[in-house]
Design a protein around this ligand. Structure first.
Ligand code: FE2
Length: 169
């Protein structure tokens, strides 16, 4: 753990490790979203992005290797907070309307991830880490696409009337 950042490289390593933790947190969150939603289409959406997220984790691990550094997983309090808020909201929400909560949590997480990658890409470019930049861009593009799908899904269920009939158990 860095006590104090003295160089741009140290800052970059820290943010890269924090992004790795972010993706691991997101993967856990996506699995929760997939098991919680009553809509098959949303299950597929969350499942697809969970598979992408597993690949993103591998990409981030490869970034460390390309930089000749050991893999670090530095703290990511923002994604921990988003997951905590999401789980608390799910617990307080009727299953018939829970998708609105799931999509909001998913969208907020994706938008945060986009911002993290935007900064990482700027810094990778600045230090001439071209191969790292390519991997970060792959992750970023997937976050943008996932974000768009979540936004469209939120619009779809809101136009359908949010509530979903839940069959009795
Ligand atoms: Fe994501």
């Amino acid at each position: 753990m860095f006590e104090h950042f003295n160089t741009p490289e140290e800052l970059f390593s820290y943010k890269l490790g924090s992004a790795l933790t972010m993706e691991r947190d997101s993967l856990e969150m996506l699995e929760t979203l997939e098991t919680t939603t009553p809509r098959v289409r949303l299950k597929e959406l969350f499942n697809t992005h969970a598979a992408e997220t597993r690949h993103q984790i591998e990409n981030l691990e490869r970034c460390f290797a390309l930089l000749g550094e050991e893999i670090n997983d530095f703290p990511s309090p923002t994604t921990k907070g988003l997951a905590k808020e999401g789980k608390a909201s799910i617990a307080k929400t009727e299953p018939s309307i829970v998708d609105a909560v799931l999509l909001a949590g998913g969208l907020e997480t994706e938008r945060y991830e986009m911002a993290v990658y935007e900064t990482l890409m700027i810094n990778a470019k600045a230090r001439g880490a071209d191969e790292v930049l390519v991997l970060l861009k792959q992750n970023y593009d997937q976050e943008v696409a996932a974000s768009e799908k979540l936004l469209k899904a939120a619009e779809m269920i809101s136009s359908e009337g949010i509530a979903r009939e839940i069959p009795p158990r």
